[in-house]
Design a binder for this molecule. Structure first.
Ligand code: MG
Length: 239
């Protein structure tokens, strides 16, 4: 599927990183949590993954409610705790060790890959003369490390992370910092990301059109421009 009507072709496409270009390995899904827990004597139940994931979303939302839209290194442990507890938990000391192990794993670029539709899409945009940039909430891994690990320098004209700005998407400062670096008006760019709140609504509030990347097809309810894979992006931008 694709957009009923393509957006005007932008000068710049801004990509979110996690779950948009970067695919976390199964280390961060039920199998990985079960393996990690087992190292510390925890018998986590993979069948409880859906509830654990919902608990983690809830815990993350509550944490952000409390902290505001600031870069928050404490968010990752809150998420890992919620998932491990949601999968059955165990003695506090063992849970804490498993949480720390997950955080270390999330900090390593080796535990991520690019989705297979990423490079063909970046090549198509580059061939069309469109500049590209990254805008990431940088939870637990640095944008520069990811750019270096995956050799994205060839594609990205700029990268801004919450580590530098101190704010997180959807805060306007994230978007204005990037557009300032690029020297373009928000209306001349398109934001592409997997989060309705952070990527799409954040960009639109700043005057930048946005497309939701809904890889799992879970957000067919939303009315914002939406694609289910990056192979659809060039056409969605009128290319
Ligand atoms: Mg994301």
């Amino acid at each position: 599927m694709s957009l009923a009507q393509p957006l005007p072709t932008p000068k710049v496409v801004v990509f979110d990183l996690d779950y948009t270009l970067l695919r976390p390995s199964d280390q961060f899904e039920a199998p990985g949590y079960v393996r990690t827990g087992a190292r510390f004597g925890l018998a986590l139940d993979p069948a409880r993954w859906p509830q654990a994931e919902r608990a983690a979303y809830g815990a993350a939302a509550a944490r952000r409610e409390a902290t505001g839209l600031v870069h928050d290194d404490g968010l990752l442990p809150v998420i890992a705790h919620a998932i491990i507890d949601g999968l059955g938990g165990g003695p506090a000391a063992a849970v804490e060790k498993a949480v720390q192990a997950i955080i270390v794993a999330w900090s390593r670029a080796e535990n991520f890959g690019l989705y297979e539709d990423v490079l063909p899409c970046l090549d198509a945009l580059k061939a069309a003369g469109i500049r590209m940039a990254l805008l990431s909430n940088a939870l637990g891994h640095g944008v520069e490390e990811i750019v270096a690990h995956f050799a994205l320098d060839d594609y990205m004209a700029a990268a801004v992370s919450s580590l530098e700005t101190g704010a997180v998407k959807p805060a306007p400062r994230m978007f204005s910092t990037l557009f300032g670096l690029l020297g373009v008006a928000p209306a001349d760019a398109v934001m592409v990301g997997d989060s309705v709140e952070d990527d799409v609504k954040g960009a639109v509030a700043c005057g930048c059109p946005a497309i939701l990347l809904d890889r799992a097809g879970r957000r067919r309810d939303v009315t914002v421009p939406r694609i289910e894979g990056l192979a659809e992006l060039p056409a969605a931008l009128g290319l």
